[in-house]
Design a protein around this ligand. Structure first.
Ligand code: GLN
Length: 488
């Protein structure tokens, strides 16, 4: 195994253009790493070896002929298995879709292929993106590359761990309540949830449609900018994608953060949070001040109700989205059923795991006629209050800085109680409820060497400022350059 897999995508692009490396060399290096290390980390559900080598060969030819497609040409990527890939299994971490091979590509996938990116494979996740640890995957649990006895976070745990362990240069995950930012924090990489509507959800297997968004995991801000550039923008196939201009993200990176106003929300520093996390986040804020930003306290008073509202809204939408898995149209079908209803129930009983069933029951209950106003209607009102909190804060500040999670990566099996698992997302969920962009960046390590995430929350469609601040923070710190030690 060479050093190529440790490089950023932008560095790879530079070497390809200068003829110092070829996509085939890099893809070969990555495949060797996956073979050597993934038996320990277990981030991949499918490795698309032959396709990857063929696409790399085609990228080689484009560079040889002096006509590369752009900065991601020849760069090895991998995708959370919630994204549909034509001809390649897309399981969503579930038995019910175990044999589902989509006949089409998600828009983000089509755009990445068109940019020349080379797919290495599909990544493990909590079933239907419900969870914070990948322990709810129907297949196996992914391990945290920094400590194999711990979880990498979730639901996009495979996508975070693959970047952390240099088994892909860039990956895509999805974030409904924190599933990009939380695993990024636990795994020591950058993870960004764009504004709702910034990236097309066409071909993303739906969990909670009003909250889901696709976004990148990256080794640094510049790489995240390159990935976002490719996937962002309106799509006629997704009526919730928004037709606003997509700025040149990379061009804004070097502009510095002098004079930027940062809000620090009191509600995001709570009793019971890990003191090492709090210390790292305060240090991160001081670093940004040194770089010329001004900080001031802001208040987001409805933060504490966000989690409860989310656990009504997200299951409600999930119960409706998951009704389609009935044994007729997709994947699994139970045999030996007496009649149609029996076939439905046997299929769903066998195909869904415990957490998914819990959410379907919660959501069906919350939407039932007698309880709709008491639960779903009420939760929607709370959602509005959470959104207004942010609107008010953003009248005074350009950006909000906070912890991504109250703690660091926990041990496998440690959070058996669902509520304990849900509490991981208290600082990320409000951002989804409000539809805003958020990013988790490497913000330090505990004494025992576990990564800590620093969360930046921006105004709607202002991903550029998030990336600019992330980039400035990287210039003043070395956290993002640290690598976990994995022995092959
Ligand atoms: N952990 C949260 C949940 O279980 C968020 C998941 C997500 O963002 N997909 O719902």
């Amino acid at each position: 195994m060479g050093v190529l897999a440790s490089l950023t995508a932008h560095e790879l692009g530079r070497r390809f253009r200068r003829g110092e490396a070829t996509p085939t060399q890099v893809v070969t290096d990555y495949l060797a790493r996956i073979e050597a290390l993934d038996p320990q980390v277990r981030s991949f559900l499918t490795v698309t070896r032959e396709d990857a080598l063929r696409c790399a060969g085609e990228a080689d030819a484009r560079f040889r002929e002096g006509r590369p497609r752009g900065p991601l040409d020849g760069v090895p990527i991998a995708l959370k298995d919630v994204l549909c890939t034509r001809g390649i299994p897309s399981t969503c971490g579930s038995r019910i879709l175990e044999r589902f091979v989509p006949p089409y590509d998600a828009t983000v996938v089509a755009r990445l292929y068109a940019a020349g990116a080379v797919l290495l494979g599909k990544l493990n996740m909590d079933e239907f993106a419900m969870g914070s640890s990948t322990e709810h995957s129907a297949f196996f649990t992914t391990h945290n590359p920094w400590d194999l006895a711990r979880v990498p976070g979730g639901s996009s745990g495979g996508a975070a761990a693959a970047v952390a362990a240099d088994m892909a240069a860039l990956t895509l995950g999805t974030d409904t309540g924190g599933s990009i930012r939380q695993p990024a924090a636990f795994s020591g990489v950058l993870g960004m949830k764009p504004t709702y509507g910034r990236v097309s959800r066409y071909g993303l297997i739906a969990f909670a449609s009003s909250l889901d968004q696709i976004g990148p995991f990256a080794k640094d801000a510049e790489d995240a900018a390159l990935m976002l550039q490719v996937i962002a923008g309106v799509d006629p196939m997704d009526s919730t994608s928004v037709d606003v201009p997509v700025p040149d993200y990379r061009a804004t990176l070097g502009q510095g953060i002098e004079g930027l106003r940062l809000g620090v929300p009191a509600e995001y520093f709570i009793d019971g949070m890990d003191p090492e996390v709090e210390r790292a986040v305060r240090t991160g804020i001081a670093t940004l001040e040194r770089l010329g930003a001004h900080t001031e306290p802001v208040s987001l008073p409805h933060t504490e109700y966000g989690l409860a509202a989310y656990y009504v809204i997200a299951p409600a939408e999930a119960s409706s989205n998951l009704a389609r898995y009935d044994g007729v149209k997709y994947g699994l079908r139970a045999s030996a059923a007496r009649d149609l209803i029996d076939m439905y129930s046997k299929t769903r009983a066998a195909g869904f795991g415990t957490e998914v069933k819990r959410r379907i029951m919660l959501g069906t209950y919350a939407l039932s006629a007698g309880y709709y106003d008491a639960y779903y209607g009420q939760a929607q009102k709370v959602r509005t209050l959470v959104r207004r909190d942010f609107e008010q804060a953003f009248q005074r500040v350009d950006l909000i800085v906070a912890p991504t999670t109250p703690g660091v990566a926990f041990k496998m099996g440690e959070k058996e109680d669902p509520i304990q698992m849900y509490l991981n997302d208290i600082f990320t969920i409000p951002v989804n409820l409000a539809g805003l962009p958020g990013v988790s960046i490497p913000g330090g390590f505990t004494q025992t060497g576990l990564p800590i995430g620093l969360q930046l929350i921006g105004r709607a469609f202002d991903e550029a400022t998030l990336l600019r601040v992330a980039h400035a923070h990287e210039q003043a710190t070395t956290w993002h350059t640290r690598k976990p030690q994995l022995a092959s």
